[in-house]
Design a protein around this ligand. Structure first.
Ligand code: BT5
Length: 270
């Protein structure tokens, strides 16, 4: 049994398993009570040959992962923490778009539910300038070829006291938290729709995703400070994305630099 002193309602596993195939085509959703990290679980299943479309969602993660060995923390049943297995057929040089695509799709689902969300490059979704969701995409090598594990953490019912860091928020803090099962179905449908459109649509779909992402992205046009792992700091204006989804920064001292998500520790709007 997981510890849930707040007595929050569980996800409705039966409803998720029976979700209308028109709403969640190609997806199989499994609910587990507790996991270290759902990315870890889905990665293991990918290595054992699981098919694209497997989703594992945990009511509680005890070792949730962020990027660069950081952690993701949410109390039991207060959030959505899930991972989706993809086996993309697009060339691997296009894969850096996957975290951007996932963030864009989560943002879109939240907007459809009435939240004034925005994306922050590369992998955050913001509400009122605070982080409500984070995305972690990891590549896993399997006998069937490389796979992508798309992990999403979305703060739903957390109270202000339960937020792990001051920069975080939740749907409950920003407004009213929707039912988590309904929200999971909406978010998965949005991610799957964006993914299949992008994957099947060739260059045109890639350009459309880039345009839509830029339109939803609060970082583009902002004055930013970018911390690189070397300790180097770039300051300037974020002007757009290059064809691989890297952030173009017009530096204050002159010159333009493209920074990739994997090389960025923090991006802050100044
Ligand atoms: C992320 O990393 O934002 C990626 C988070 C991905 C989490 C999902 S949950 C399901 C799946 N399974 C996993 O194990 N992971 C994925 P990053 O950009 O590195 O942000 C991490 C930082 O966000 C931490 O260092 C904290 O400062 C902050 N943080 C931790 N928990 C948070 C929360 N619940 N809400 C907002 N910020 C949080």
């Amino acid at each position: 049994m997981i510890s849930d002193p707040a007595g929050r309602p569980p996800l409705d596993a039966a409803r998720l398993a029976a979700a209308d195939p028109d709403v969640l085509p190609g997806l199989t959703v499994e609910v587990v009570e507790e996991a270290g990290s759902t990315n870890e679980l889905v990665g293991e299943r990918a290595r054992s040959g699981a098919a694209e479309g497997l989703v594992i969602t945990a009511e509680h993660q005890t070792a949730g992962r962020g990027r660069l060995d950081r952690t993701w923390e949410t109390p039991a049943r207060s959030a959505l923490t899930f991972s989706l297995l993809l086996r993309p057929t697009v060339p691997t040089y296009s894969w850096p778009w996957l975290p951007l695509l996932a963030g864009y799709a989560v943002d879109k689902a939240l907007k459809a539910d009435g939240f004034e969300a925005s994306v922050k490059w590369p992998n955050d979704v913001l509400l009122d300038g605070r982080k409500v969701a984070g995305i972690l995409v990891e590549r896993v090598d399997t006998d069937l070829g490389p796979a992508a594990v798309v992990g999403v953490g979305l703060n739903v019912g957390m109270t202000a006291e339960e937020l792990p860091v001051p920069e975080a928020t939740s749907l409950a803090v920003a407004g009213t938290a929707p039912d988590r099962t309904d929200l999971l179905i909406d978010v998965l449908a949005s991610v799957w729709e964006s993914y299949t459109t992008w994957q099947e649509g060739g260059d045109l779909a890639g350009m459309r995703l880039a345009e839509s992402y830029v339109a939803a992205c609060a970082t583009i046009g902002a004055q930013v400070r970018v911390d690189l792992p070397s300790g180097e700091v770039l300051t300037g204006t974020a002007t757009g994305l290059d064809p691989s989804g890297r952030l173009m920064v017009e530096q204050d001292g002159g010159g333009s630099t493209a920074v990739s998500a994997g090389d960025v520790v923090h991006v802050r709007s100044e």
